[in-house]
Structures are given as structure tokens and as C-alpha cells.
Design a protein around this ligand. Structure first.
Ligand code: F6P
Length: 547
């Protein structure tokens, strides 16, 4: 059954939140902390080895209560049941949304169109397991009988970002295989990658759900042609495998049937790393670790599906975003992982969050009259502190920020880790408390500034504080923890989509550019610029003259 359709801005809870916001917008978090010593105790959640402290937000118990009422009025509980049970909640593409089934325990039943899909999922996982084990152990060899040393994942969007992020995130657990990612249709990207590779020892994994994506097919063809300069056509079967729903197109491309890892249309590209799209993850860290990633995600799925809203991590995080996005008018959110391993988390979640919730038509088919998807950005700390934190601390924009950190380092370098984590805690403290005029004046007493200089500098040195943050503190960056963290954000996306009354699982907005690019490519090939707006015509003519 479909998701219900209600304009959230017409609900009672929304009106109550508007009234509540009228007061809260002037409330200082510092005062809230001063007034209630047990605030952190009240506004945190613990689950497995996750601690989520959301006390550094401009909220009271009433705020959270009203936000949860909004979720209830938007029938979130019913939506969660439909999401997990394979209802066609991606109505604009007439599909179920079942990435959760990919990490479900094999003995449960998950039905799509009355068919239990678990046996197929288990069979593909078995195939991934035996294939990755044969490649890692060197039992399966290349065309000159040498073991593989390198793997190239050829894909884009969800067929690239998830595997690339996870391989980087789990680098500590990586085996001897070097995994490369070619995504951009920019020929320099593929050529730079090939430069480092030996065709005799390289395995190519072509990942495309549709197998119609221009970038991926162009890169796969270029790479196959490069490979055929050393190997024969019959050697392609030993070096190329594909992950796709489109078996016909993969076969047309020349990849042998036994080298195809199927996926299903009920897995969205940006939620697909749990499927065979994650083959390069299994190759990089071994199937056992890949399976642990799935186990971690499954744990978060169960938490999300069963926890009451007041104890539910994805629900709480999603509602906090709604609070800032729809009432405070915050437009962006930053994600700051305090580990270099998660340097690709923000780009990965940019697709997850912005492709999902960057929508302006409600589920009733009418334009929404409120804000939807937030802009996501971020970089690991401490690097980001030296790059853009100035704006978060003293700029004019409100930027709610998630800080993600780990209690233990992986390599055991405690000295570095203590320094890293002291920054992690210091930043959220600084963002909360800021620095008052009195504190700045006190600091001046210890400097050589003249009174004139001190008075001049004073306003520049004051930090207003009261900047909201969530602290997500996890014991250790294990495959299980990574799985749970990603699943946490996936469910946050879902909750926001339900509350904003939009369809989160289509992406029609990326189609127009693709269509126009095909038209323009014909014009570039023929040298004949057709009808465009004056700017595009002018630019194309200039390009054709210069190319
Ligand atoms: O352009 C958007 C998109 O459709 C994404 O949603 C998807 O992850 C990506 O392209 C790649 O698609 P495919 O896996 O079909 O090549």
C-alpha cells in the first residue's frame, strides 16, 4: 500500500511547532544548560556502542514532544512498516524500497509481489563470497595465469560512491588487492587510472544498475579496448565482471553470463552498496568483513523498526533536521567525521540525502509550501577546522553539524588519537558556549594591546556560540559500526521524506541534463550548433572554435 499523503504544514503539530518556535528562536542553549544540570542525561541516546548526544541543540523536552507528534501525525509508524514490508512506496517508479532486505537475516521472509526475495539475495551473496575468496586467494587468475593484484570499479553515482566510501572507510581491514575507482566520463580520469595498471593482473568490475549510463559504458569500453591491446577477446571473460539488473545489455557488452552479479529494481542506486554493488568492498576487505558491514546495518534496521520514537536514533536525528530546516530556516547541514577513513562520507551522503530529498512536489502532486532537502557538506576534522570552521563559528548562517568520532583509534596511536578527540570535544563545546565580551576582555589583560587596540578588536574576538551540534560517539570504526552508521543516515533520509510528504526514492531531476547532453553531443560531433538559448549557443560556438 502507498504512503499516506498529508501536507505537514497543515498538521496541528506543525502549527504548534510554529508557536513554539516563536519562543525558542530567542532561547540560548547556554541558558538551557545553565538551568538544567541533567540536560545531557535527558537528551542522549545509547544503542550498542553508539552514543548520540543531542543536548547541544536549541530544544527543550516540549520541542522533542512536538516534533514526535508531527511524526505521528504524518503516520511515520505506518510508513516504517510499509518500508520494511516491501510495499510500493517508490510510487513514481512503481517499486518497493528494500535495501533493508539485503542485510536481513537469511531466515526471514521479505516479499515483493508476493514472492519471497530472500533466496535470491542469499544466492547472490554466496556468489560474491566464493568469487571474492577465489580472487583474494589467487586461485582465480588472469589470462597469463598470474594472480590479480588490482581491481577497478567502473561505475558512477550509487554504483561508485558507496563502494568507494566503504573501501576507504575500511582501509584498515584491507588485504593486498589495490582497489581503484573510475567514475567520471572525463577521459583523463580513466587514463590516469590505467597508467598505474597491468592488464594481466587487473580485474574490472563494471557496476551499473541500468547498464545504460553514459559515463560507465564509455569508461568500460575504453578500458576493454585498452585491455584488448594485451589480451584476446576470449580473455575478457577472465578480467571483466558486471553488476546490473540489465542482463541483456551486459551480455551485449560481451560479459559472460557467469560473470554477472544480479541486482534488483527494488534497490535504489544510492542505497545499493549492500548488494553486489558492494563487490569491490568484498574484494578489498574480504567477504567476512563485508558481511559484518551488513550485520551492523541490520542491527540499526531493527533498532529503527522497533524503537519508540523517543528512543529512536534515526527518528530523533531526522526530526532535529526538520526543526532547523523548517522553523529556523537553516539551509545546510555539515557532517564532520573525526577520522580520515571517513573522508568520503560527506560526498556519499550528498547523493543519499540530496538525490533523495531534493524534491519540491509533495506526494499529492502539488508543489510543497515548505522547505525540503537540506544541503549536505563536510570534511574530516581536524582538517576542516583549518578550512571552513570559521564560517560555522562566526559566520551569519546557522549550520547544524554532526560530529562523528570514535573512542578508540585503529592503529593504537593513542597520542594522536587523544589530540584528535580533544579537538572533537572542543569544537562542539566552543560552538555551544562561544566566547563572551567579558572573556575576551579578560584575555586582553594578559596581552600587550593598548586600550584602543583592545576596544577595536573586541567585537571580532567575541563568539556568539549557541550553534547546534549532534555528537555521535562510537567505540571503534569496525565494519559493523560503519554498516550501522550508514543505515542510520539511510533511515534519517526516509523519516525526513515521510515528514516532508515527498517521494524520496526517485531522481527525475537528473534526467533533463542527461537528455540535453546527448543532444549537444550530436551537435559537437557534427559541428552544427542548433537552437539553444543565446548563452549556450555562444558558449558552444566558442568551444567548437577552440577544441
Ligand atoms: O544520475 C543518477 C543515477 O541514476 C543515480 O541515481 C545512480 O546511482 C547513478 O545514476 C548510476 O546509475 P547506474 O547504476 O544505473 O549506472
Amino acid at each position: 500500500m502507498a504512503l499516506q499523503t498529508t501536507n505537514p504544514s497543515g498538521t496541528k503539530a506543525w502549527m504548534d511547532l510554529r508557536e513554539h518556535f516563536a519562543e525558542m528562536q530567542f532561547v540560548s542553549m547556554k541558558d538551557l544548560f545553565a538551568a538544567d544540570a541533567s540536560r545531557a542525561g535527558k537528551f542522549h541516546l545509547k544503542w550498542n556502542d553508539f552514543l548520540i548526544d543531542y543536548s547541544k541543540n536549541v530544544i527543550t523536552g516540549d520541542t522533542m514532544k512536538l516534533l514526535r507528534e508531527l511524526a505521528s501525525e504524518m503516520q511515520l509508524k505506518d510508513a516504517i512498516d510499509k518500508y520494511f514490508s516491501g510495499d510500493v512506496i517508490n510510487q513514481t517508479e512503481n517499486r518497493a524500497v528494500l535495501h533493508t532486505a539485503l542485510r536481513a537475516k537469511s531466515d526471514v521472509e521479505v516479499k515483493v509481489d508476493g514472492q519471497n526475495v530472500m533466496p535470491e539475495i542469499v544466492a547472490v551473496k554466496e556468489k560474491m563470497k566464493s568469487f571474492s575468496e577465489r580472487i583474494i586467494s589467487g586461485v582465480q587468475k588472469g589470462f597469463t595465469n598470474k594472480a590479480f593484484t588490482d581491481v577497478v570499479n567502473i561505475g558512477i553515482g550509487g554504483s561508485d560512491l558507496g563502494p568507494a566510501m566503504a573501501v576507504e572507510a575500511l582501509a584498515y581491514y584491507q588485504n593486498h588487492l589495490k582497489v581503484h575507482f573510475v567514475s567520471n566520463v572525463d577521459g583523463d580520469h580513466v587514463m590516469e587510472t590505467l597508467k598505474k595498471l597491468n592488464p594481466e593482473t587487473t580485474l574490472f568490475v563494471v557496476v551499473s544498475k541500468t547498464f545504460t549510463t553514459q559515463e560507465t559504458l564509455s569508461n568500460a569500453e575504453t578500458i576493454r579496448n585498452w585491455f584488448l591491446r594485451s589480451g584476446k577477446q576470449s580473455d575478457v571473460a577472465k578480467h571483466f565482471v558486471a553488476v546490473s539488473t540489465n542482463i541483456e545489455k551486459v551480455t551485449e557488452f560481451g560479459i559472460a553470463a557467469e560473470n554477472i552479479f544480479p541486482m534488483w529494481d527494488w534497490v535504489g542506486g544510492r542505497f545499493s552498496l549492500w548488494s553486489a554493488v558492494g563487490l569491490s568492498i568484498a574484494l578489498a576487505v574480504g567477504f567476512e568483513n563485508f558481511d559484518k558491514l551488513l550485520t551492523g546495518a541490520n542491527g540499526m534496521d531493527e533498532h529503527f523498526r522497533t524503537a519508540t520514537f523517543d528512543q529512536n536514533i534515526p527518528v530523533t536525528l531526522a526530526l532535529l533536521t526538520v526543526w532547523y530546516n523548517n522553523f529556523f530556516g537553516a539551509e545546510t547541514e555539515a557532517l564532520i567525521p573525526y577520522t580520515q577513513y571517513l573522508q568520503k562520507l560527506a560526498p556519499y551522503l550528498q547523493q543519499g540525502i540530496m538525490e533523495s530529498n531534493g524534491k519540491s512536489i509533495g506526494r499529492d502532486g502539488n508543489p510543497v509550501n515548505y522547505q525540503t532537502g537540506t544541503i549536505i557538506w563536510g570534511e574530516p576534522g581536524t582538517n576542516s577546522q583549518h578550512a571552513f570552521f570559521q564560517l560555522i563559528h562566526q559566520g551569519t548562517k546557522l549550520i547544524p553539524t554532526d560530529f562523528i568520532g570514535f573512542a578508540k583509534p585503529l592503529h593504537g596511536n593513542q597520542d594522536h588519537h587523544d589530540k584528535l578527540m580533544s579537538n572533537f570535544f572542543a569544537q562542539t563545546e566552543a560552538l555551544l558556549n562561544g566566547k563572551t565580551e567579558d572573556q575576551v576582555r579578560m584575555e586582553f589583560t594578559k596581552t600587550q594591546y593598548s586600550t584602543g587596540q583592545a576596544e577595536f578588536l573586541l567585537p571580532f574576538k567575541v563568539f556568539q556560540g549557541d550553534k547546534p551540534t549532534n555528537t555521535i560517539l562510537i567505540d571503534k570504526l569496525t565494519p559493523e559500526a560503519l554498516g550501522a552508521l550508514i543505515a542510520m543516515y539511510e533511515h534519517k533520509i526516509f523519516v525526513q521524506g515521510v515528514v516532508w510528504n515527498i517521494f524520496s526514492y526517485d531522481q527525475w531531476g537528473v534526467e533533463l541534463g542527461k537528455q540535453l547532453a546527448n543532444k549537444i553531443l550530436d551537435e559537437i560531433h557534427s559541428g552544427q550548433v542548433k537552437k539553444h538559448d543565446a548563452s549556450t549557443t555562444f558558449l558552444l560556438q566558442h568551444f567548437l572554435e577552440r577544441k
